[in-house]
Ligand binder design. Structure first.
Ligand SMILES: Nc1ncnc2c1ncn2[C@@H]1O[C@H](COP(=O)(O)OP(=O)(O)OP(=O)(O)O)[C@@H](O)[C@H]1O
Length: 304
């Protein structure tokens, strides 16, 4: 047994050299990620980055072209069959004529030791909707049913593909409160999202994907500082957009009259060069950039 095997045995999720091609499309192109039990991991990336394809392989819904997936040391399907994994997918079909309680009861019947019905309904915020027909619910309410279904087996790992996509701000907040009470019990969560604020607020770790590859992997603050770590603002007379953009350490420039805003991967080098070339620059400020700036820079850099 090599050291990688030792690591993946204790891991909640191990993705090794994972590749998925659809003809010429390299949806996932060599992903290596190990997730420890208890981690809450956000999968971030622009459209088509490979998030859903990765999740499908993680759940055993798609076979990798190459590479290996294990969940709690087992093949994904075995982990799912053992009730270790709960999933909330974008396309999960629901029966419109069944009530909320009937729907949850149906899924409970699939597992040997499901959570009590009342507890599932409470955790998913569905107690008041229990008797309602599924077809009469809003998009956000249906998402709560999908969350309940993901919880019925009392899984150790929850996998969520854009869980709050149809929810308004209040529903999203309630969803994450419910999720927090679940993760506080030490469960592992992997969620894909387009909302950077959700990754920032709820994930311990961010895995940033672009074109099927991992372009950043670390805590929110590590990923934030990896790319557009800093933004320099300054007033510069006779500034030239292209010349500023060509300064070492600068990734992009916004220029309005004399006011320049420089997104930087290396703000120390950029600032030295800026003052060298524009000694008259004034009102200089250097500040940290948000996760959104890092996201834009990292995904754009790779595209170039
Ligand atoms: N069944 C399929 N057949 C052919 N191409 C596919 C298939 N599924 C996904 N793809 C392609 O693989 C790439 C990755 O898609 P994927 O759905 O995994 O991305 P994503 O990051 O989840 O995107 P989004 O944020 O839009 O959901 C895309 O180019 C997509 O068109």
């Amino acid at each position: 047994m090599d050291s990688t095997d030792t690591v993946s045995r204790g891991a909640a999720v191990s993705l090794r050299g994972l590749v998925k091609h659809f003809g010429d499309v390299h949806a996932v192109d060599g992903v290596d990620v190990t997730i420890a039990p208890g981690e809450v991991v956000a999968l971030l990336g622009p459209n088509g980055a490979g998030k859903s394809t990765t999740i499908d392989m993680l759940l055993g819904l798609a076979e990798p072209t190459r590479g290996a997936v294990s969940v709690f040391g087992r093949p994904p399907r075995a982990a799912v069959a053992a009730g270790l994994v709960g999933a909330m997918l974008q396309s999960g079909g629901l029966l419109d004529d069944a009530t909320v309680a009937e729907t949850v009861a149906l899924f409970r019947a699939m597992y040997p030791k499901p959570l009590p019905l009342k507890e599932v309904l409470t955790r998913a915020g569905l107690v008041e909707l229990a008797g309602r027909k599924v077809g009469a619910l809003s998009g956000g309410e249906k998402q709560r049913i999908r969350f309940a279904v993901a919880l019925v087996s009392d899984p150790d790992l929850l996998v969520l593909d854009e869980p709050t996509v149809a929810m308004d701000v209040e529903a999203r907040r309630e969803f994450w409160t419910a999720m927090r009470s679940y993760t506080d019990t030490g469960r592992t969560v992997v969620f894909a999202t387009h909302y950077l604020a959700e990754a920032e607020d709820y994930a311990d770790r961010v895995v940033l994907l672009r074109a099927g590859r991992v372009v950043a992997d670390g805590s929110v603050s590590q990923v934030r500082s990896l790319a557009a770590g800093r933004v320099i603002t300054a007033k510069i007379a006779d500034a030239d957009q292209a010349a500023l953009a060509a300064l070492p350490g600068v990734t992009s420039v916004l220029l309005r009259g004399e006011a320049a805003e420089l997104a930087c991967v290396d703000s120390d080098t950029a600032l030295r060069e800026l003052l060298n070339r524009h000694p008259q620059a004034r009102d200089i400020e250097v500040r940290g950039a948000g996760l959104e700036a890092a996201f834009v820079t990292l995904t754009r850099q790779e595209a170039a």
